[in-house]
Design a binder for this molecule. Structure first.
Ligand code: FMN
Length: 175
């Protein structure tokens, strides 16, 4: 037997997805938001998209400065994901709360989170207005990851645990 699910709850059927930390805005006043709605779009050219609500402070930073970085956290950084996903950079400096290290991105003017295991630096290619979230398509200008986590080209989940978002305040990881 199948239960009916309201179409507006469709995203929960597509979870879990990795929880990611997006850094945006110029280095000195950079902000961090948590996201789970990310989509690799193309390998050649390398394009990735993230769905962000106009209610987020970060939305306006990406729109204005036309760049963002995707940082991949591990399960021991779950608290940072919760903090960056429940507070706004409009009111607080999240860097001071999460106590992770702010480092300069390589190719764009923003920060990256040093303790994260991978980083994808993007220049904004296009913003597509669609609904209560809009799509920011980024052209990847630099990508790098922790050697021990990606030595075979894919994430070694026996050593590095991703944060998988199940919806609302629920998370799991990989075996
Ligand atoms: C695990 C998790 C995933 C989230 N995914 C998204 C997302 O994909 N898109 C989005 O717009 N907000 C998402 N959010 C909510 C934002 O992270 C949250 O509203 C944040 O406080 C916005 O910060 P800002 O105002 O500093 O930009 C998520 C929150 C959490 C905890």
């Amino acid at each position: 037997m199948k239960i009916d699910i309201d179409a507006t709850n469709m995203p929960f059927l597509l979870l879990p997805k990795p929880a990611l930390l997006i850094t945006c805005g110029p280095f000195e006043k950079s902000n961090i938001l948590s996201i789970a709605w990310s989509i690799p779009i193309s390998r050649n050219p390398p394009l990735v998209a993230v769905a962000i609500s106009p209610k987020r402070y970060s939305y306006h930073l990406i729109e204005e400065y036309k760049a963002f970085a995707i940082n991949v956290p591990t399960y021991d950084q779950l608290n940072a994901v919760k903090v960056c996903g429940s507070t706004s950079g409009k009111n607080v400096n999240k860097w001071e709360i999460i106590k992770l290290t702010k480092e300069k991105a390589r190719k764009i003017d923003t920060a990256i989170i040093k303790e994260c295991i991978a980083h994808i630096e993007c220049v904004l290619e296009r913003k597509v207005e669609l609904g209560d979230h809009d799509l920011f398509v980024g052209k990847v200008v630099e990508a790098y990851g922790e050697e021990k986590a990606y030595e075979l080209g894919i994430l070694n989940t026996s050593k590095f645990k991703p944060i998988l978002h199940l919806g609302r305040d629920n998370f799991t990881t990989a075996i």
